[in-house]
Design a protein around this ligand. Structure first.
Ligand code: HPA
Length: 254
């Protein structure tokens, strides 16, 4: 990869968030990387001298399952475009808080398996064990927390994200285990994305929306109609704040 100025921002959209035509109107051609082609269309908009790119993690038509996402290609492509900060949007099930709660997790437990999860697995390459004690960037967490505190969104600026393999949801016993481990939310997409961003020295923050009680945490069944309704309502509320969020993230000192 040629050296780049890493001063652009990328938003990686998750379930229910496939683009911002008003913010990111320009398409970027499919980006080839040593790891394959990045998922979906990456669109960019100018914000002064800085750009914001948008990458729908599951593809435009939500066709790529969490365990099939080419996380390495996506992160490599963003790095090659000069992205230094990433805001990831992730849908989660919550263990203690009702659906409709937003989280800025500060910790991760990775329960995934079999995913291509590192750029450092070439026998001809020097081994690199990246530091990952604080997997999510605290400066970006604090920045987002300040912006979102001024809104009517219900935001908890901490939490432990348990990343499961999917695509099925968990059993009640699996959620009890995650709870004993200290997880406060469960999702399928934060890993290896966060670690790959760290391997390429990109500042990474995740804004999670709880769209359901995690399995066994409510007597009501988990339905996809209820999840879709929650995603639509909360993303529409969030969308009123995109300009403030993007400006604050661009300005945030690391
Ligand atoms: N489990 C895992 N991933 C999820 C969930 C869940 O309950 N809800 C949204 N993404």
């Amino acid at each position: 990869m040629s050296p780049v100025n890493s001063h652009h921002l990328a938003i990686i959209g998750g379930s229910g968030c496939y683009g911002f035509p008003e913010l990111c109107p320009h398409s970027v051609a499919a980006i080839n990387t040593p790891y394959g082609v990045a998922t979906g269309i990456i669109a960019s908009a100018e914000h002064g001298a800085r750009r914001v790119y948008f990458l729908p993690r599951h593809g435009q038509g939500h066709t790529v399952a969490p365990h099939k996402i080419n996380y390495r290609a996506n992160i490599w492509a963003l790095k090659s475009l000069g992205v230094g900060k990433i805001l990831a949007l992730n849908a989660v099930g919550s263990i203690h808080s009702p659906p409709g709660t937003w989280f800025l997790p500060n910790q991760i437990i990775d329960y995934t398996y079999g995913r291509e999860h590192t750029f450092y697995d070439d026998f001809n390459q020097k081994i690199n064990h990246i530091e990952f004690t604080e997997p999510l960037n605290i400066h970006l967490i604090n920045t987002l927390s300040q912006v979102l505190d001024a809104t009517s969104l219900n935001v908890i600026a901490a939490g432990v994200y348990g990343c499961t393999q999917g695509p099925r949801l968990e059993t009640a016993a699996e959620i009890q285990r995650l709870e004993r481990d200290g997880c406060t939310m469960v999702g399928m997409t934060l890993m290896p994305e966060a670690a790959l961003a760290a391997e390429l020295s990109m500042a990474y923050v995740s804004l999670c929306l709880s769209v359901n009680w995690a399995a066994g945490k409510s007597t009501a069944p988990i339905t996809f109609d209820a999840i879709a309704a929650c995603l639509a309502q909360e993303h529409s509320r969030l969308s009123q704040h995109w300009n403030a969020i993007i400006s604050a993230l661009h300005e945030a000192a690391l």
